[in-house]
Structures are given as structure tokens and as C-alpha cells.
Design a protein around this ligand. Structure first.
Ligand code: ACM
Ligand code: ZN
Length: 553
């Protein structure tokens, strides 16, 4: 009798659980996890669902993040109850290291009774939580939260690459602190972990440097040509006021770094040198080769002629002073020192540059840039940090301790690997999200190029021409979002999304698990989630090959 009674109660309880958990949405996880098995049934997230944090320090970063964001993603107020054993989402730091999942991996187990996310680190728990958001996105952006069904699954997951980056150019057009945070949020959703913050360029200097206040007082502002397409903007005219621009104060940078850190994202500041320096030279013309009146570039510029003088010792003092303030501000171990597209016409005719080449016994202007990079690297290393540079830093000879960001093609990656450099892959062909993603006539004006979603997905960070030994130098991959043609952050989102989803599978998912058809079938759900979160993704998918325009056929 007792037994029957128990069975009856259990059956009633089981039924109520089943009723509580509505049919879950179809599973659409990006990036695709290493392994997932789907079981019968669902867990119900409702207003009474508890959160438990085990083995974590009091008020851990992870706990703070979950409590601050739970309502946004799940629609209910968080209730913490460490002792809960039912209707609970448990975050558990492993007592004993699980070698399979490593530093960033996690395991996620959903049963009808509870959800357990376990990991060796807070980063792993964080990524497990991002997966949970995608498993049950039903309450994102809704007015009235309804009980959510989370499919019963067992997931084991960990990344393929340590470097999973996203770059944002805030110089050509300026995006504010809230927009940068939104960028970090979407990076986190797709388990990306390096934010390459492109802070200085010809079109604006965007970071407060106390020792050189004119960098922002003058260098952050230009004549407003926002009403003209970028390619048609004219240089500033005599008497026009500089009203377009902006920059980040040191306090704002600290806020961005803290926001990123809570999302397990390292912020990599980029300070361009010696080229892309119009904004510096407008503020401090004494650092140019000649007394040509420099102005901040507006709209098209090519080739970018502005370059810091390589023969003037005070330029190196300036650069080191700037970098010292940058290093003090950014905790991450890497500083990006640019180095791309440094057109050296001025150096060829500058007496100081030519004298420096002679004094140092160098062969040419490329080697003068190589010398500048080496000087900066020594200085930065002495402060306990390491440099990254665009792949042009290889051209003048570079130490093997610099990290090279390959963008011009895989030959540069091969060159870097032969030189023994660590490499971040961001080839234009696959990773430049300022390029068109769909037929140009249907799109807002872009810089050109062709990277539809399928092309972005075809990105393989390890070029097939590398030997297995050379492949070890590849740290991972990154997409770059240059903002010449991107006037607003909404438009930046349109260019970034959903291509960022493609990047995330390229750098997280095991190579053998990548599958474009399956990926494309997940995109509608990702677009819906992104829109509910307030993003503006592109909602069409361009063909892999760009159709030839009718007039060129
Ligand atoms: C670059 O695209 N100039 C690095
Ligand atoms: Zn010079």
C-alpha cells in the first residue's frame, strides 16, 4: 500500500514536472559544441527556479555576472539558494581538474530536476552559462516571462583555439562606451575572448593620454562629413570647425576593461605607428619628417602619407611615453603597435630618416621601420608586456618574440611561422567584415570586397601549407571591422552579425564538426535571439560567389 502511494505521488510529481516544462525550442547552439547528446524531456525554468554556486568564492565575478544578467536572459528574478536540490541551476567549480575540458571548457547537464554547469575555471562556467542562454532563449526581450523548457542534454565543450578575437575600429567612426559594451556582450554570447580595440588612426585619436593632451583635444576631432558618403568626402576647408569625433577617458577605458573582464574578454589596445598617424601629426606636427601642414584625414585617403619621422629621436621618446600610459591602463599582457601600411615616401627624402638609416647601417626604409619596432618591443618587454603587430612588421625584419597578425594573405603567416613568431590569423579574404556580405546593390555602401556568410564560415585559421610544427604557432583567429563606411553602431552590428557567428565556429568548434549546412540552419534562431537582445543583424544571406553585375557580363 505504502509503495503504491509512493508511486502515485511520484507519478503526480513527474506529471507536474512535465506540465511545468513546455516543449523546448529546437536546439540551435553557436558555436557548435564538442559533443552534445539530447535526452528525453525538459527542465522548466520558472519564477521559483533557484541558483546555486558551489566551490566559488563569495561574490565571485561569475556569480555577479549571472545575478546581474539572469533577468535579461531568462525573464525571472534570480533566487540564490545554495542548498537547493530541485528546480535549481547549479554552477559548480570542479574539485578535481577535468583534463578533457581544460582552462575554458565546461560540462552542462540538463535533467528534468536540475541543471548543472561544471568547469575547472570561472571562464568555463561562464561559457556554460552562454550555452544555457542559447538552449532556452524564449524569454529574451519579452514583456511577460513564461515558464521556459530547457531540453535535457549532456554537453561537453571546450575551444579549439586560445585566441578568438574581434576587432573594432573606433577611429574612422567613433562608437561610444555603451556601444563598445554591446560589442563585448555579443562577443561573450559567441564565446570570443580577445577584443582588439583599434584606438588610433589617421581619422581620429581615441584615448586620453595625460602627457600629450592635444592628442585628444585636437587629434580626436575632425570636420563633420557625416552627410556625405565616405568616398566622396572632401578635405577640411579653411575656417571649418572640427565637430565630429570623441575619445575614451581613462576612467571609461577602465570601465570597458572591467566590463570585458567580467565576460572573460581581454582587451588589446592598438596604438598605430609609424603610419596611420595624421591625427598625431595634426596635434604634434614636430613629429613629422617635414613641416607639411598635416590635417586629420576626412573620408578617402590613399595612400596614407602621414608617417612619424623615423630619424627624429624625440619621436621614439613620444611613442614610449604614450605606450607607458597605455601599459599602465591595460592589464592584458599584449599591446598592439600597428605597423601596417606605413608608406615611406617621406622617409625616402627626409634628411633625418636617411641619416638614421646610415648611422644604424640599415639597408633601406623597411629596415628603419624594423628598427623602430625592435626599439618599441625592447621597451615594452622591459615593462613585462609583449607586442603584436600587423604582418608588415615582418618586412623590415622582426624578432621571433613578437606576435604577428596576418591579414594580407597566408604567405605572411608562412613567413611568420618560418621566423618563429606566434600568429593571429585575420586574412581579408575571410575575416574582413567591412566587406560586402550580400549583393552590393541590395546593401548599404561598403568598402568593397566579398565575404558572404559561407565565406566567413570557410575560414580555416591554420593554412594548409604549414607543417604540423609550424601550425603550432597559430594562436587562433579574429575578424576585423574597419569603420570607414560604417557611420553608426547599428550599422556596425549589421556588418558584424551574423558573420560573427561564423567566426565563433571557426575558432571554437573542432574542425571535423564544422558543417556549413547545419550552421546555416541555425542562423534564423540566432538572428531572432540577436534581435530580441536589441542587435541589428543582417537578415539576408549572400551567395558564396559574388554575381557578376549585368553591365560587366
Ligand atoms: C589593415 O587592414 N590595414 C591591417
Ligand atoms: Zn623623417
Amino acid at each position: 500500500m505504502k509503495k503504491i502511494f509512493f508511486v502515485l505521488i511520484a507519478a503526480l510529481f513527474f506529471c507536474s514536472c512535465q506540465q511545468d516544462a513546455p516543449e523546448p525550442q529546437a536546439i540551435s547552439l553557436v558555436p557548435e559544441p564538442v559533443s552534445i547528446s539530447v535526452n528525453e524531456g525538459a527542465f522548466a525554468i520558472n519564477a521559483k527556479t533557484k541558483l546555486a554556486f558551489q566551490n566559488l568564492p563569495d561574490n565571485s565575478n561569475l556569480q555577479q555576472y549571472v545575478l546581474e544578467n539572469y533577468h535579461k536572459f531568462f525573464g525571472f528574478d534570480p533566487i540564490v539558494k545554495a542548498s537547493a536540490t530541485r528546480n535549481v541551476i547549479m554552477f559548480c567549480l570542479n574539485d578535481k581538474t577535468n583534463d578533457e575540458i581544460g582552462e575554458e571548457g565546461y560540462q552542462l547537464s540538463v535533467s528534468k530536476k536540475m541543471i548543472i554547469i561544471s568547469a575547472n575555471t570561472e571562464a568555463g562556467l561562464f561559457y556554460g552559462f552562454q550555452t544555457l542562454i542559447q538552449l532556452a532563449p524564449g524569454n529574451v526581450g519579452v514583456e511577460q516571462a513564461a515558464t521556459l523548457g530547457v531540453p535535457c542534454v549532456n554537453i561537453t565543450d571546450y575551444p579549439r583555439f586560445e585566441w578568438r578575437g574581434s576587432h573594432l575600429d573606433v577611429c574612422r567612426h567613433f562608437f561610444n562606451i555603451d556601444e563598445v559594451k554591446k560589442h563585448l556582450d555579443v562577443m561573450a554570447l559567441y564565446k570570443l575572448n580577445k577584443f582588439h580595440f583599434h584606438l588610433t588612426d589617421d581619422h581620429g585619436w581615441r584615448i586620453q593620454i595625460d602627457r600629450y593632451p592635444e592628442l585628444t583635444e585636437i587629434g580626436a576631432w575632425r570636420v563633420d562629413r557625416s552627410d556625405v558618403p565616405w568616398g566622396e568626402a572632401e578635405p577640411a576647408q579653411e575656417g571649418e570647425e572640427c565637430t565630429y569625433g570623441g575619445y575614451f577617458t581613462k576612467d571609461q577605458i577602465r570601465e570597458i576593461i572591467a566590463y570585458a573582464a567580467q565576460r572573460h574578454i581581454d582587451v588589446v589596445p592598438e596604438i598605430e605607428m609609424p603610419g596611420h598617424s595624421s591625427a598625431i601629426l595634426k596635434a604634434y606636427p614636430q613629429y613629422a619628417c617635414d613641416d607639411f601642414p598635416y590635417d586629420i584625414a576626412i573620408g578617402p585617403y590613399w595612400p596614407p602619407k602621414a608617417i612619424l619621422c623615423g630619424g627624429n629621436d624625440s619621436v621614439m621618446v613620444f611613442l614610449k611615453n604614450v605606450i607607458d600610459e597605455v601599459i599602465e591602463l591595460f592589464p592584458y599582457e599584449y599591446v598592439h603597435i600597428g605597423g601596417d601600411e606605413a608608406f615611406k615616401d617621406n622617409w625616402k627624402v627626409c634628411p633625418k630618416c636617411q641619416a638614421k638609416i646610415k648611422d644604424l647601417g640599415l639597408n633601406n626604409e623597411e629596415e628603419l621601420q624594423g628598427w623602430m619596432v625592435a626599439e618599441m618591443e625592447k621597451h615594452i618587454n622591459a615593462k613585462g608586456k609583449k607586442i603584436i603587430g600587423w604582418d608588415e612588421i615582418l618586412d623590415g625584419g622582426v624578432s621571433s618574440t613578437a606576435t604577428v597578425q596576418s591579414w594580407r594573405g597566408k604567405e605572411t603567416a608562412i613567413h611568420a611561422a618560418q621566423n618563429g613568431n606566434a600568429i593571429i590569423m585575420s586574412p581579408t579574404e575571410f575575416c574582413y567584415y567591412d566587406y560586402y556580405q550580400d549583393i552590393p546593390e541590395t546593401q548599404p555602401k561598403a568598402i568593397g570586397g566579398w565575404v558572404p556568410l559561407e565565406k566567413a564560415y570557410a575560414f580555416e585559421p591554420i593554412p594548409d601549407s604549414l607543417t604540423a610544427e609550424q601550425a603550432q604557432f597559430i594562436k587562433g583567429g579574429q575578424c576585423n571591422l574597419w569603420s570607414e563606411f560604417i557611420f553608426t553602431y547599428d550599422h556596425a552590428e549589421f556588418m558584424l552579425l551574423p558573420r560573427l557567428c561564423a567566426l565563433s565556429e571557426c575558432v571554437w568548434t573542432p574542425k571535423e564538426k564544422k558543417n556549413y549546412e547545419q550552421f546555416e540552419s541555425k542562423i534564423a534562431a540566432q538572428i531572432k535571439l540577436l534581435q530580441q537582445l536589441g542587435y541589428h543583424p543582417c537578415t539576408t544571406i549572400g551567395p558564396l560567389e559574388q554575381p557578376v553585375p549585368a553591365e560587366e557580363k
